[in-house]
Design a protein around this ligand. Sequence first.
Ligand SMILES: [Zn+2]
Length: 222
Amino acid sequence: MADTARFPDLTDKMDALIATARRSFDLRLQTNAGGNLSVRLGAGNAIVIKPSGVGFAECTRDNLQVVLLDGTILPSELKPSKDLDFHLDLYRIRPDINAIVHCHSPWATGYASAGLEIPCLTVQTIEKIGRMPLIALSANGGPQTEVEISPVFRDPQIRAAVLANHGTIGVGKTLMAAQYLAEIIEETAHIAYVRDTLMAAHGRSTADLPRYGTAADARAAG
Ligand SMILES: [Zn+2]
């Protein structure tokens, strides 16, 4: 394990990551060994990340990896996450991001696999997220990398995105903030599916629905 003299907040951040991963697993946002999550260390130039092949429910202080933002992986027997490069790049380009939760939650990934952006249709999603861009597969048809993901997150307003045929990304100032977004993305996809299924069953179009603005819109109007 990397030394705590170099990274004084290492064990606290590891414990927070372990608790967040457990919460994601318990909520069925991520089963099996897929997905990954990471958190920036206070020193700023390093992160803690779940390695490849370890489930969200199996994260421990002994299997998490410490990686410097230049890509150097501190000694570990485990394979790094396939998504390590996009995590590192997001921390490099967005100093406001301190944590990333990436999971394959089923309702949201269903939308992403249908090639559909999840609509921000509730008061909460309009206020908390605003927009969840859909990021296409890489040009060779493989999973998204930093080449596709980083340009979307260069916009400082973007806090969540959905990856075609893959999953979701939520980012935040803290692990809990990123985890809440992962939960809101999934909840919103579920709500959108119920809305659209009901409206189709009743022969109604979403074009007939009133448009909900933000609370700021309402204050400006009233
Ligand atoms: Zn993934």
